[in-house]
Design a protein around this ligand. Sequence first.
Ligand code: OAD
Length: 268
Amino acid sequence: MRRPLRRRHLNAAVQSLAAAQALVRAVRGRPGGLCVLTGAGMSAESGIPTFRDALTGLWARFDPAELASEDGFRADPQRVWDWYAERREAARAAEPNAGHHALARFAQRWPGTLALVTQNVDDLHQRAGNTDAVRLHGDLLADRWLQACPRRRGCSPDAAVPGRPPRCGECGNPLRPGVVWFGEELPPQALEAARQAAEACALMLVIGTSGAVWPAAGLVGLARRRGAQVLIVNPAASEIDDEAHLVLRGTAARMLPPLLLDDTALGP
Ligand code: OAD
C-alpha cells in the first residue's frame, strides 16, 4: 500500500521542481527580474544554526532580549561580546554551500537579473561571489561604536583598545557588533533597496526563512501585490507560505542548483 503513495509524492515533487524551473527560465536575462530573499536556513547546511529551530536554534538556547538588544548589551557587555565572538568564529569557519554557489553562478551568468536580499549576518553570500547582496540585518563581522562619540571625533573602530568588548581609549565608548538588534531600525538604505527590488521583480524566490521577522517578511507580500510570482524553498512550513504560488519542500543546498538550472549541478 505504501509504494504507490510514495510514488505519487515523488511525482508531485518532480512536477513542482519543473514548474519552478519554468518560473526561473522566464526571468533569466530580464533586468531585476529575480529578487531572492534569504534567511538563516540558507546557511544551515554550512553549519550555522538557524534562530527558530525548536531544538538547535539560537533562540531556543538563548534569550534574544538578553543577547541581541542594546539593553542586553548594556546590562552585561562582556557576556554579549563573548557570545558574538563565538558566532563570529563559527561564521568565519563556515564555507558557502552549494546553494550559495548556485546563486552566485546565476548572478554571473545572467548579469543584472538577480537582486539578492539577505537577512543573514554571515558573509557566505559575499564569499560565494554575491558581493552586492543587500544586507538587511547588518554584518556580524563588522564593529561599530555603541554610541555617537561625545567629542564628535570620527574615530575608527580599529583604534579601540582591545578588551571584551574593546573600548575607546579616551572616552570608554565600547564597540558592538554591526548587526541589527531587537528594537532597532533596519539600515534605511538597505531597506529601500530591498523594497525597490521586491517591487520591480517578476519572481520572488524566498529561501530558508521562517517569515516571522518584519519588515523583511513583508517584502514577499509586497512583491506579490506588485504582480510577482512567489516561490518558496524551505524543508518546513513557514509563516508566509500563504503568499506563495509554489513551495518547494527541500533544503537550499539541494534545491537551488537544479532550480537555478545550474549546469554544474548536472555533474561532470
Ligand atoms: P529562522 O531561524 O526564523 O528560520 C529559519 C528557516 O530556515 C525555517 O523556516 C527553517 O524551516 C528553514 N530551514 C532550515 N534548514 C534549512 C535548509 N537547509 N534549507 C532551507 N531552509 C531551511 O531564521 P530567519 O527567518 O532568517 O534577525 O530569521 C529572521 C531573523 O530573525 C534573523 O535575521 C534574525 C532573527 O532574529 C536578526 O538578527 C535581526
